[in-house]
Design a protein around this ligand. Structure first.
Ligand SMILES: [Zn+2]
Length: 156
């Protein structure tokens, strides 16, 4: 069971980083590599957490293991309150953005593009790890929510 939960964690890294979403987007390796370990481990742990929730013994093993792990492996506990849909949205909208947008849109534009709840979650997650890079990543498929002419106004 220990092997199983470790494998789930590793698969969590793989899914969060490499498995394409419905747009074909991944967490680009160039962005992934420079991300903090705490963020990367949070995602891996979160996927494992979702799986072990379905099986009592695995859950016990996972939680016991976690007690002996470094702090970065505990970060996921701050987000387990959010459902999968919300968290996958954060993964897609925060980490899997369009590569052509290197500059962050203005703050009010971000607020316009990202639904408030998702933005709150993302802020909660990342506020303690302020990195310029993170702020440069505000690209989202939420652009779909915005009329084309507005996108040109914002980004051209
Ligand atoms: Zn890991």
């Amino acid at each position: 069971m220990l092997r199983a939960v470790v494998l789930m964690h590793e698969i969590g890294h793989w899914i969060s980083h490499c498995v394409p979403d419905e747009r074909g987007e991944t967490w680009r390796t160039a962005h992934f590599l420079v991300e903090t370990n705490v963020v990367k481990e949070m995602w891996a742990q979160l996927f494992a957490h979702w799986v072990v929730e379905e099986e009592r013994d695995l859950k016990l093993v996972f939680e016991t293991l976690t007690r002996y792990q470094a702090e970065e492996y505990l970060k996921y506990q701050e987000v387990v309150q959010y459902d999968k849909t919300t968290m996958l949205y954060v993964l897609r909208y925060w980490h899997r953005c369009f590569s052509f947008l290197d500059n962050p849109p203005a703050k009010d534009v971000i607020e316009l593009l990202i639904p408030a709840e998702m933005l709150d979650v993302a802020r909660h997650l990342y506020s303690v790890y302020p990195q310029e890079r993170v702020l440069k990543r505000k690209v989202f498929e939420a652009l779909d929510f915005v009329p084309g002419h507005l996108i040109h106004q914002i980004f051209d």
